[in-house]
Design a protein around this ligand. Structure first.
Ligand code: HEM
Length: 356
């Protein structure tokens, strides 16, 4: 095979990690890759990552075992009880964190969001209900995030520490949302109005917000959707062909890898007008389940944590915009090797509780 990268329409041939790889930037080809089962494609990761995850990670297993565990994890993450618990914990940890914010120093959003997510994750894992039907899930879960249950300490160099670093997706979602909102005052204003309205109506009724309240705010969800589109926290997923596969005229030979490159699909101007502009209004009345929008993957491996990711981001944004105004320092998004903010997104806050 020609080792130089050759371009075939929207599908590239390249050598990623030393394996011949088709890099798909075409939405439909990517969708095909995501929707295929283990008779066509299996997950493929570089050796260093495979060692880090452990062979029993859900990201690596296949077939009926994968379907079973995915179903159990999905049911567990979808449970209204878990969502209610996470809402309570998130409110508590966000509250504790924000109470310590003062206007005399910069607040590093990326660090704050990471600390909060870390506490949520540890709390959720420690309090998994040991009811009988959860026993199997618990065992698999223990393997999946190996080390997390047995070692509740964030020791650098331990598997726990590395597992947690690999789970930084929600803090980055929160951080990027704050970045994009700081650069788009109109979106920030509309987000604040929507959340103030919810806060006022709940204060009037003297009620606590519940997880459905947070997820029911349409503009807030559009802000999160647009952040996922532009931010591309997971830039794509990699699979290996277990047989010769033909997709829309492209042959992927057996043994080759296929990389579904979400980032290029999400930033393709044939799918999105002015794709590099943060414009949450584009999602009003638009379906997010199209093949042009796959931040959480798709098919049998669709991320089971997607509601939780949205919920945690919604709660953080609600408390941020209803309690503070802020001025952001100059910062920029870094995309490689992982998505993050170069300077951890410093902002100078002013409490609006004092103003009202
Ligand atoms: C912004 C946040 C998140 C993003 C962008 C994200 C993205 C993804 C993507 C793209 C996949 C598919 C991987 C593949 O096909 O190989 C995935 C899988 C997965 N995600 Fe997430 N995720 C996020 C948050 C979460 C959270 C909060 C949890 C758990 C609470 C979670 C748990 C999982 C699990 C268990 C899988 C494996 C599913 C399987 O292979 O069957 N994710 N995620």
């Amino acid at each position: 095979m020609n080792k130089r990268r050759r371009v075939y329409g929207k599908v590239f041939k390249s050598h990623l990690f030393g394996t011949p790889t088709i890099v798909s930037t075409d939405a439909e080809v990517s969708r095909f890759i995501l929707q295929s089962d283990a008779k066509t494609f299996v997950p493929s990761y570089p050796k260093s990552l495979t060692e880090l995850m452990g062979k029993s990670s859900i990201l690596l297993i296949n077939g009926s075992l994968h379907r079973r565990i995915h179903g159990l994890i999905g049911a567990f993450f979808k449970s209204p009880l878990l969502k209610a618990q996470i809402t309570k914990d998130m409110e508590r940890f966000v509250g504790e964190s924000m109470r310590s914010w003062t206007d005399g120093r910069p607040i590093y959003i990326q660090d704050e969001a990471k600390n909060i997510s870390f506490q949520i994750l540890v709390k959720a894992l420690i309090s998994i209900d040991p009811a009988e039907d959860m026993e199997f899930l618990k065992q698999q879960f223990q393997k999946f995030i190996s080390g997390l249950m047995s070692l509740p300490l964030n020791l650098p160099g331990t598997r726990l520490h590395r597992s947690l670093q690999a789970k930084d997706s929600v803090p980055i979602l929160i951080t990027l949302a704050v970045k994009y909102l700081s650069d788009c005052p109109a979106a920030l204003q509309q987000l604040r109005e929507e959340n103030m309205e919810l806060k006022r109506s709940n204060d009037r009724l003297g009620e606590q917000l519940c997880w459905t309240d947070y997820l029911s705010l349409p503009f807030t969800q559009s802000v999160i959707t647009e952040t996922l589109r532009m931010g591309n926290i997971i830039i794509g997923v990699m699979r290996k062909a277990v047989r010769d596969v033909e997709i829309r005229g492209y042959l992927i030979p057996k043994g080759w890898c296929a990389f579904a490159y979400f980032r290029l699909v999400h930033l393709d101007e044939s799918h999105y007008d002015r794709p590099y502009e943060f414009y949450p209004w584009r999602w009003q009345d638009k379906d997010t389940s199209s093949c042009n929008f796959t931040p959480f993957g798709g098919g049998q491996r669709l991320c089971p944590g997607l509601d939780l990711a949205r919920l945690e981001a919604s709660i953080f944004l609600h408390h941020l915009v209803t309690q503070f105004s802020w001025v952001a320092e100059e910062d920029r998004v870094v995309n490689f090797p992982t998505v993050r903010m170069k300077r951890k997104m410093p902002i100078w806050v002013k409490s609006s509780r004092l103003e009202s």
